[in-house]
Design a protein around this ligand. Structure first.
Ligand code: GLU
Length: 468
């Protein structure tokens, strides 16, 4: 079988991480099975769809590395096709025109509610009923097209994630396929497109489970083969409510802007609701080689920002220094530091990347290489003690005359200064670190000094030691 999957977002906002995960599963499934992945923009909600959102979605997918083989197709460019299929369904008796007004439908619904019934369209424009009731097509307004839903029996399918699901047809009414302005409803557009695009596997959020029985009827009425369905459970926040803005960042672009690596977000989202044994840390290529629908979880998953940060840290460790330096550069500038006024950023990043959780965090850790950060008075007071001061001065002299400037030479100078002082290593290393970097925590001090360079180190030490 030639697997063909699709992602069909509605362009009404940014790409939510839940949508991104659905896209990822569809994409990985197609890639795993050497199939095709199709991108379709479901832009029929004219009031809420925007070009800006289309761009945000495309940009987010590209950033994540989710590439598509066909599309993007836009439903609003396919209106003629939906009209054609609607006519076909009318001709075969599976659909009919309905002229019920909004007022009529409102009062129908009210009457049903008053009786304690579920509000539903009563099929009054089904041709045989309209005829029996003497209803004639009004000429003053355009009709909608409705589907003639079977009133008996059941709709069932074997969901690839959730297992067998069945729905009594009696619960479904005659849904609108085409609105009076000729724009299809979601359920109609999706079926026409899934048929025309030969989609074999519909992988989507389980908020669409209730739509599937309606879609099955339309597929059958059109004599089309059925795709397989896989409904993926929702992503929840820590309070078990559906993940939304209230819980923090939920858009893919926000994670990009917050300095996460795309492969980390891919890893996190893939693992959230799917597993491959105990693997937590994997590459996008590994995901593609392992992905299956059998191991998609049946229950909703809880979004854990802490785990995402941990994964990002792991992926940062594996990222190349060149790439991290390119990412950290604008972040450093944003912190007011000039990445050209100091050691090569790639070398700084190499020293720091094991500990950073995000790119801004990395830039923050790198800042003192490019700007002399003054320690707080408290930090200075704590470490620049009367006992340390003369030893630091001796060390400074030693560093000034050291024949070489590498870690060994720097360590030797430190040991030499320590030897005659009676201080222990931390009693010298800490004030040294605080004076040169302004911070109490940095990587190994000899590595830091080596990278900073002799001139900078001596100038920074002089700032505190030469004035007295
Ligand atoms: N436009 C729908 C959505 O964004 C697509 C659902 C589907 O994949 O069928 O939820």
């Amino acid at each position: 079988m030639n697997v063909r999957t699709r992602f069909a977002p509605s362009p009404t906002g940014y790409l939510h991480v839940g949508g991104a995960r659905t896209a990822l599963y569809s994409w990985a499934y197609a890639r795993r099975n050497h199939g095709k992945f199709i991108l379709r923009i479901e832009d029929t909600d004219l009031e809420r769809s925007t070009e800006q959102s289309v761009n945000a979605i495309l940009e987010s997918l590209k950033w994540l590395g989710i590439d598509w083989d066909e599309g993007p197709f836009f439903q609003m460019q396919r209106l003629a096709r939906y009209r054609e299929v609607a006519e076909q369904l009318i001709a075969s008796g599976h659909a009919y025109r309905c002229w019920a007004t909004k007022e009529e439908l409102d009062s129908l619904r009210e009457a049903q509610r008053a009786r304690g019934d579920k509000p539903r369209y009563d099929g009054r424009w089904r041709p045989e009923r309209a005829k029996a009731a003497g209803l004639a097509a009004p000429r003053d307004r355009p009709p909608v097209v409705r589907f003639r839903t079977p009133e008996e029996g059941e709709s069932l399918w074997n969901d690839l994630v959730k297992g067998p699901i069945s729905f009594p047809n009696a619960e479904l009414d005659d849904l609108v396929l085409l609105r009076s302005d000729g724009v299809p409803t979601y359920n109609f557009g999706v079926v026409v497109d899934d048929i025309d695009m030969s989609v074999t596997h519909v992988i989507r959020g389980d908020d669409h489970v209730n739509n599937t029985p309606r879609q099955l009827h339309i597929f059958r009425a059109l004599g089309a083969g059925l795709p397989r369905f896989a409904h993926v459970p929702m992503i929840l926040g820590a309070d078990d409510e559906r993940l939304s803005k209230r819980h923090g960042a939920v858009s893919v672009t926000q994670y990009r802007d917050d300095g996460y690596l795309p492969e980390a977000l891919v890893n996190y989202l893939a693992r959230l609701g799917w597993s491959h044994g105990d693997e937590e840390l994997f590459s996008t290529a590994q995901l593609v080689s392992w992905f299956d629908l059998e191991h998609v979880s049946r229950s909703a998953a809880q979004f854990d920002p802490g785990k995402l940060a941990w994964l990002n840290q792991q992926h940062m460790k594996h990222a190349s220094n060149e790439r991290l330096a390119a990412l950290a550069e604008p972040a450093l500038r944003a912190l007011g530091a000039d990445p050209l006024r100091g050691p090569p950023l790639e070398r700084v990043v190499a020293l720091l990347k094991d500990r950073a959780t995000t790119v801004p965090h990395l830039a923050e850790a790198a800042r003192f290489f490019y700007e002399h950060e003054s320690p707080s008075p408290a930090l200075l007071g704590e470490h620049l003690t009367d006992a340390a001061r003369p030893v630091l001065r001796a060390l400074k002299a030693k560093l000034a005359e050291s024949p070489g400037w590498d870690r060994q030479a720097i360590s030797a100078a430190i040991k030499h200064a320590l030897a005659s002082s009676g201080l222990k290593m931390p009693q010298l290393a800490m004030p040294l670190r605080v004076l040169v970097t302004g911070r109490a925590q940095t990587p190994a001090i000899d590595a830091v000094l080596e990278l900073l360079g002799r001139e900078t180190v001596l100038a920074r030490l002089a700032h505190y030691l030469d004035s007295d």
